[in-house]
Write a protein that binds this ligand. Structure first.
Ligand code: ASP
Ligand code: MG
Length: 425
């Protein structure tokens, strides 16, 4: 059998009819290869669906209907720009059916908790986009089989953070991808399904993870993530000036960067690839012939320039035991059990005799729930409106350049990494 390539196209690469045409041009070059294409929701649809969900939960009918109309006309508009004639007829009909299913969800009452409803609704972004993209590829003479990721990736019922059962998913994938009856497959990123048929999502920006998982389960030769940047840069060009592209990044470095908050790839992406030593290419969908960045195994340490990662929307929480007892192992394990239970994401930790500080993502719902439990035993203080800057392979000059003159709330340094919790600008 020919090797399998996995391509992932994120929201920006399918943000409009024009972008989808560009996607087709890239895919056309691989028309005779075995290809698995993973697609995200178009443009900022996931954000729009999150806003829509909030209107639904708040019972804001007018705002809700307005959002539904916007999302629908955006997708219908793109579809009509891409295909015409009978094909347009068929695609619009199919989208109508999907929007009816979507409306049906909204006609019920939200009784099953935020995370559950989030997944049932927000997952539609990928359902809509893949229907349009697969239809267009076929229309363009690139025969593509659309598979439903809800039937490929089996997860547990941890809504908004589905834990993938790799064994079952492997079997499901073997059944669906035979690479005989078709050679190009397309499916949704970000979503999976439970045993009982409900939908789960894998965490924001989870399509990279989907691509990596499928590559692992299918034994693919490589994965390519097509982006609007040249490859992995040493810093986000939207935030920092004078950035440079990294040619090669080891799995280890990539996982560290993703963990610090680098937006370039979803943190869970590396493990499935590393486990089978599948290289990951990050390439530009604007200039597909450029080499991009390779993320792969390396036995030697590769010297990198300073790499900057800014994690916005951080809160620094300091807990002090009310009875003045030391913050040591037993007490730490209880604190972590509570944080874990409420899925509070801890990005940095600092302890002293009677203080325990954590820098966490500013996710109000989760944090309030955790703090509520902690307040009986701890005094809680917090600073909000912060950001966390990580500098890998730092130099004195880079620290001075980016930290000089700013108020630092907390900092940590190892030989390779310096991290600073600072006021958001
Ligand atoms: N559409 C989802 C999101 O925006 C997943 C993804 O793009 O990877 O978070
Ligand atoms: Mg997206």
């Amino acid at each position: 059998m020919k090797p399998i390539h996995v391509f992932k196209f994120g929201g920006a690469s399918v943000r409009s009819a024009e972008a989808i045409r560009n996607l087709a041009q890239i895919v056309r070059k691989y028309k005779d290869e075995n290809l698995v294409i993973v697609v995200s929701a178009m443009a900022k649809t996931t954000n729009a669906l999150e806003a829509l969900l909030q209107h639904w939960l708040n019972g804001e009918t007018d705002a809700l209907n307005q959002k539904v109309r916007e999302i629908k006309s955006f997708h219908m508009g793109a579809a009509l720009e891409l295909v015409n004639g009978n094909s347009a007829h068929i695609l619009i009909g199919e989208l109508e059916v999907l929007f009816e299913q979507f409306d049906q969800q909204l006609s019920g009452t939200p009784t099953k908790g935020y995370d559950f409803h989030y997944d049932q609704l927000v997952s539609f972004g990928e359902i809509f986009s893949t229907r349009i993209v697969s239809h267009y590829l076929n229309f363009e003479g690139i025969p593509t089989r659309l598979l439903d990721a809800r039937r490929l990736l089996r997860t547990d019922t941890s809504y908004r953070e589905g834990v993938v059962d790799e064994k079952t998913s492997g079997l499901l994938c073997q059944r669906e991808f035979d690479f005989v009856s078709a050679n190009i497959y397309l499916t949704q990123g970000f979503i999976g399904g439970t045993e009982v048929g409900t939908i789960t999502t894998l965490g924001r920006e989870g399509s990279d993870y989907t691509a990596a998982l499928l590559a692992n389960l299918l034994g693919a030769q490589d994965v390519t993530i097509w982006k609007d940047v040249e490859g992995v840069l040493n810093a986000d060009p939207k935030i920092f000036d004078s950035t440079c592209k990294l040619e090669f990044v080891s799995y280890q470095e990539a996982i560290e960067l993703a963990y610090c908050g680098a937006q370039i790839i979803h943190p869970k992406t590396i493990k499935p690839l590393q486990n089978k030593r599948i290289p990951l290419y990050v390439k530009s969908f604007i200039n597909p012939e450029l080499p991009g960045t390779v993320i792969a195994h390396s036995d030697v340490v590769i010297k990198l320039p300073p790499v900057l990662v800014l994690k916005p929307k951080q809160v620094l929480i300091t807990l002090s035991p009310r009875d003045f007892s030391f913050v040591i192992e037993d007490c730490l394990s209880k604190i972590f059990a509570i944080l874990y239970k409420h899925r509070v994401k801890v990005n940095m930790i600092h302890t002293s005799a009677i203080n325990f500080s954590i820098c966490v993502d500013d996710e109000k719902l989760r944090m309030d729930a955790a703090l509520e439990e902690l307040r009986s035993d701890y005094m809680v203080r917090y600073n909000s409106n912060l950001e966390l800057l990580t500098i890998r392979h730092y130099t004195a000059e880079t620290i001075e350049k980016y930290i000089g003159g700013r108020t630092v709330y907390l900092q940590q340094r190892t030989r390779s990494t310096a991290r600073f919790v600072i006021d958001a600008r």
